[in-house]
Design a protein around this ligand. Structure first.
Ligand code: NDP
Length: 241
C-alpha cells in the first residue's frame, strides 16, 4: 500500500475530491468530517474510503482521532488540513461567536491536527502537510474579516513550520483556491454569478474541486520534497499573489 493520508473535511466538497485523488495516487486514505453522517456514509459507500467523525476545534478529539486512524491504517504520513467554515458578516455586525467559530475551526483546527501528527513525522523523518487556505486570506474580502484572518493565519503558520520541518523531511505548504464549483456556490443567484463573480476571473469560469485536488496531490507526493513553505494559488488568475 502507498502512504497513509488523513484529509480533514474529506467527505464532501473539495475535501472529497482530495480524498479520492489521493486514493487514486495509491494512498491509504482516512477522511474526517464534523457531523453530516448521511453525506459521510454515502461517500464511504461510493469510494470505499473510511470516514471518521470529530470536531477539529477539539484538541483531545484530534489526538484520539489520529490515534484511531493510526491503529487502523498506520502512521499518518500526509495530512491535508481542508476542513473549514465561513461565518460571514460585515464587521460592524459580526458577533464574537461568528469570530470565534471561524478561528476555532479554520486556525485552531489546523494547529490541533498538525500538532498531533508532527511528532510522529519528525521521528520517521518524513511528512507532507498541505493546508487549504483561500484567495480571501491573500487579498481580504468584504464581510469575511474572520475567515480571511484565519486563512491568512494558516499561511503564516505554514511558512513557520516549513522552516521547522525542513531538516526532518517534512514539507508544509498551502493551496489557496479561488472560487470553486461546490455546493456553497450553487446558492449564489445566476445573475450575481454571471455579472459579478465570473467577470472577476480571467479564465472565465469557476474552478473544479478536482483541479484543487491535483494541486494538493503534487504537494503531497514524494516528488515535491524540495517544495516547502510555498503557497500554490489556484484561482483562475483572479488574484496574482
Ligand atoms: P464544504 O462546506 O463543502 O465541506 C466542509 C468539510 O469540512 C465537510 O466535510 C465538513 O464536515 C468539514 N468540517 C467543517 N467544520 C468542521 C469541524 N469543525 N471539524 C471537522 N470537520 C469539519 O467545504 P468546501 O469544500 O467548500 O471547502 C473546503 C476548504 O476549502 C475549506 O477550508 C474552505 O475554506 C476552502 N475554500 C473553499 C472555496 C470554495 O469555493 N468552496 C474557496 C477557497 C477556499 P460535515 O460534512 O460533517 O459538515
Amino acid at each position: 500500500m502507498g502512504r497513509v493520508a488523513l484529509v480533514t473535511g474529506g467527505s464532501r466538497g473539495i475535501g472529497a475530491a482530495i480524498s479520492t485523488a489521493l486514493k487514486d495516487m495509491g494512498c491509504s486514505v482516512a477522511a474526517t468530517y464534523a457531523g453530516n453522517d448521511e453525506k459521510a456514509a454515502a461517500f464511504t459507500a461510493e469510494t470505499g474510503i473510511k470516514t471518521y467523525k470529530w470536531n477539529v476545534a477539539d484538541y483531545d478529539a484530534c489526538k484520539d482521532g489520529v490515534a484511531q486512524i493510526e491503529a487502523d491504517l498506520g502512521p499518518v504520513e500526509i495530512l491535508i488540513n481542508n476542513a473549514g467554515i465561513t461565518r460571514d458578516a460585515p464587521f460592524h455586525k459580526m458577533t464574537p461567536q461568528q469570530w470565534h467559530e471561524c478561528i476555532d475551526t479554520n486556525l485552531n483546527g489546523v494547529f490541533n491536527m498538525t500538532h498531533n501528527v508532527w511528532g510522529g513525522m519528525r521521528e520517521r523523518k518524513f511528512g507532507r502537510i498541505v493546508t487549504i487556505s483561500s484567495i480571501n486570506g491573500q487579498k481580504g474580502q468584504f464581510a469575511q474579516a474572520n475567515y480571511a484572518a484565519t486563512k491568512a493565519g494558516d499561511i503564516g503558520f505554514t511558512k513557520s513550520l516549513a522552516q521547522e520541518g525542513a531538516r526532518a523531511g517534512i514539507t508544509v505548504n498551502i493551496v489557496a483556491p479561488g472560487y470553486i464549483n461546490t455546493e456553497m456556490m450553487s446558492t449564489i443567484p445566476e445573475k450575481v454569478m454571471n455579472e459579478v463573480i465570473l467577470p472577476q476571473i480571467p479564465v472565465g469560469r469557476l474552478g473544479e474541486a478536482a483541479e484543487i485536488a491535483r494541486a494538493v496531490c503534487f504537494l503531497a507526493s514524494d516528488d515535491a520534497g524540495f517544495v516547502t513553505g510555498s503557497t500554490l494559488s489556484a484561482n483562475g488568475g483572479q488574484y496574482l499573489a
